[in-house]
Design a protein around this ligand. Structure first.
Ligand SMILES: NC(=O)c1ccc[n+]([C@@H]2O[C@H](COP(=O)([O-])OP(=O)(O)OC[C@H]3O[C@@H](n4cnc5c(N)ncnc54)[C@H](OP(=O)(O)O)[C@@H]3O)[C@@H](O)[C@H]2O)c1
Length: 270
């Protein structure tokens, strides 16, 4: 039976590393979709792929626009009914030289609300032993937030929609430059990653038989990470970082469900 994999933000960076690794493991009967907001960039990425084995094509979606995600889901459901692998990897970038208030909205809408839309629409398509992976980060743990904020991410009591509402509230606080008063950290990536991991934990609680988990790829040398680090000597290439995660998918991923995994090990939530 054909295997189906969908990777968001697949035209560059870590996302393209996933495409390269999955293509190596797939055969000509299998399908890989590069889910991208710029179809021409997706096509160019496919042209840069060496030794194409699977059937590879572009799927248009924009993480900040729910209707495009719904359309993409419909297209995949009509063609394949169910999917083996979804990697929700796409993310808007932030710059260390731009004020938080000027970049928080696009960042959270894309990375958090977008992840919420991906889970909402695509999780029901995952096959019984399939995997839905959200690329988060080791910063997606409550240990990086002040205790007074932990209740905001109580996935035992909050629905995904409510967690999304917390992120919307956070956006308004940053835009009004009131976030410090509420105890939020300076780096907006931390609340964003905690929010993503909380969504995954809630999705797992509501769908205990579907293997959804989050991962930290470690430091990866991409255009997104480079402005934050002077020395990238220790960073992995996107291909290397993706290979650790694709290897996980060859195991029984029920063992990872609901967890945040880095290099095969669970990271603590609190
Ligand atoms: N790099 C690291 O060291 C590192 C470490 C920990 C976690 N991560 C996580 O790994 C993931 C990938 O990071 P990366 O470094 O590979 O980033 P990247 O090089 O900036 O790639 C991000 C991808 O997301 C796409 N994207 C952005 N906005 C989108 C939207 N609205 N709709 C659809 N696609 C959109 C981009 O498309 P365009 O080409 O059209 O912009 C691009 O393909 C992110 O979730 C990041 O937080 C990275």
């Amino acid at each position: 039976m054909s295997r189906i994999a969908i990777i968001t933000g697949a035209n560059q960076g870590l996302g393209f590393g996933f495409v390269q690794n999955i293509n190596e493991q797939f055969t000509e009967e299998d399908f890989i979709y590069l889910a991208v907001r710029r179809p021409e960039a997706g096509k160019e990425a496919i042209q840069n792929l060496k030794n194409i084995k699977a059937k590879i094509s572009v799927l248009y979606l924009d993480m900040s626009n729910e209707s495009t995600i719904e359309e993409a889901k419909k297209e995949i459901a009509e063609k394949h009914k169910k999917v083996d692998i979804i990697i929700s990897n796409a993310a808007a970038r932030i710059s260390p030289t731009v004020a938080n208030k000027d970049q928080v909205e696009n960042f959270i809408r894309t990375n958090n609300t977008g992840t919420y839309y991906m889970i909402k629409h695509f999780l029901p398509l995952i096959k019984e032993n399939g995997s839905f992976v959200v690329v988060a980060s080791a910063f997606g743990s409550l240990i990086h937030l002040k205790t007074c904020l932990h209740k905001e991410f109580d996935y035992e009591s909050k629905t995904m929609e409510e967690i999304n509402h917390v992120m919307n509230k956070y956006v308004e606080q940053v835009k009004a430059e009131k976030d410090k008063e509420f105890g939020w950290p300076e780096w907006i990536n931390i609340p964003s990653k905690v929010g993503q991991v909380a969504l995954v934990k809630r999705a797992h609680k509501e769908n205990p038989n579907t293997n959804i988990f989050s991962v930290c790829p470690g430091l990866v040398d991409t255009d997104a990470s480079r402005p934050f680090f002077n020395n990238m000597n220790e960073a992995q290439t996107p291909y290397e970082a993706a290979s650790h995660i694709v290897d996980l998918l060859n195991n029984n991923t029920a063992n990872y469900a609901g967890k945040l995994i880095q290099f095969g090990k669970e990271l603590p939530w609190n």
